[in-house]
Design a protein around this ligand. Sequence first.
Ligand SMILES: Cc1cc2nc3c(=O)[nH]c(=O)nc-3n(C[C@H](O)[C@H](O)[C@H](O)COP(=O)(O)OP(=O)(O)OC[C@H]3O[C@@H](n4cnc5c(N)ncnc54)[C@H](O)[C@@H]3O)c2cc1C
Length: 381
Amino acid sequence: MSLPLQPLAALRREVRTYAERAIAPLTDEIDRSDRLPPEVFRGLAQEGLTGLGIPAEWGGIGGGTRELSVVLEELSRVSATVGTDLSVHLSVCAAPILKWGTDTQRTRWLRPLARGESLGAFALTEPGVGSDAAHLSTRYERIGAGVRITGSKMFITNGSSAGIVLAFATFDPARGSHGISAFLIPRGTPGFSVAQRLDKLGLRGSETNELIFDGVELPADAQLGREGEGLSIALGALMGGRIGIASCALGVAQAGFDQLRAAVAQSPDDERRARLARAWADLSSARALIEKAAEAKDAGQPYELAASTAKLVAARVAASIAHDAVEVIGGPATLRGHPAERILRDARVFPIVEGTTEIQERIVGKMLSESGTGRIPSDHA
Ligand SMILES: Cc1cc2nc3c(=O)[nH]c(=O)nc-3n(C[C@H](O)[C@H](O)[C@H](O)COP(=O)(O)OP(=O)(O)OC[C@H]3O[C@@H](n4cnc5c(N)ncnc54)[C@H](O)[C@@H]3O)c2cc1C
């Protein structure tokens, strides 16, 4: 793909053509087998998409949030699994290394991620810790200039295949958010293992793992950012990633809408047309919110309110359109192998990942009630 010179509409056409040719024939098999064939990631790498948003000097193809959003939407329209895996790789692993890493860390870890020689993961969630990320129980202690990490992580996308895992641990749980630091843990480090691969409702083929850190020893340069900066890195990465995951949800919503529209066209009546109109309005609103958030981020303007709102709305819209599609299609849509059935299961995951709907509501509500924080764009205030 030729970025960033390509206009967005041309990029969308190019990615759609690629996704329909290279991924669509595999979508059903990915879902059934719960495995993503390695050639899919290799194909994304060949297209340069594993380096989207990463400058050429670090092995990427450049491009901004708007390009990323269009790519993730189009990939997710065909396979939410592929879109989500790429979103995690880019938004919450590569982007924080680009932003917070030293040049040595960028050379060592970002370049292979950008070229698709290595897959990235982000490990914050733990068996007992989800939304309340300030209370991690994975611990690290200093040993000489390096650290030793002990604990476990749950629900980690790309967890077992990743070449590098951006993981978060605390040196003192009593210090809450101030005790957390971020570490880059390479695959194969002694003490790092995969306890289980989780068998999920949706996004099947996207591996979701429990990871164990049993006395994982790392050198000093494995730390990303300064001591105690870990939670800000995690939350900053998730905030940027929210536009990416919203775009994946939008792709799923579009796929659901395509199903619904075809079904209504086949046997239209007034009630069905009205339902299609409501779905169209919801889809268009989600897309407009995502575009607004991506534009603000690319322009260096406050984007946090728009990003959380976009994630909140896109996840809800994906779930509701997927539900409508199944209802209008009827019995056939309940059968394994029907696209609407897979879309319904995939859509259900988006209100949970990268900050649940309730957490987005809390973030948005807090920002709105604290105007003047500088995070609200002026035309929203
Ligand atoms: C498919 C999948 C992939 C994932 N990939 C990753 C990954 O790559 N890396 C990673 O670190 N994590 C990952 N996660 C974890 C995901 O981010 C968490 O599931 C999510 O943060 C919610 O945490 P939880 O599941 O522990 O639920 P909880 O936080 O226990 O929440 C349960 C319910 O309570 C609500 N709730 C919680 N706190 C509040 C509150 N303060 N106010 C109101 N309501 C509240 C929630 O909204 C939710 O409805 C993934 C999850 C899934 C399902």
